[in-house]
Write a protein that binds this ligand. Structure first.
Ligand SMILES: [Zn+2]
Length: 104
């Protein structure tokens, strides 16, 4: 019981951290979309632009991962549906269900 509660709290903390990172990244991108470029970054690049690109890459990676998980879960549900249908067919056509006497 205590171990399960710990896992739930950990999952909740991970979800809250994920949502906070996503919200702050989106807020950073929106608030700094039209900024004044500076040249104080590495090799004269704009650090704000570099952070916006990094946040955008995080969102792209999350979207790719979500698409892969959606496809895998869809395939899993389709497979389970087919297995369930096959098992139901086998159950209703089995000799036990049909009450076939096999002791001739
Ligand atoms: Zn910039």
């Amino acid at each position: 019981m205590q171990k399960s509660l710990g896992r739930r709290l950990l999952a909740l903390l991970l979800c809250v951290a994920f949502l906070a990172v996503s919200a702050f990244s989106a807020g950073f991108i929106v608030s700094h979309a039209e900024h004044i470029h500076d040249t104080h970054g590495v090799a004269g690049s704009c650090m704000t632009c570099a952070h916006i690109v990094a946040a955008g890459q995080v969102f792209r990676q999350i979207a790719t991962l979500a698409a892969i998980v959606a496809v895998l879960l869809g395939g899993l549900f389709l497979l389970l549906f087919c297995v369930h249908f096959t098992c139901a067919y086998a159950r209703f056509t089995s000799p036990v269900y049909l009450k076939v006497r096999m002791n001739n």
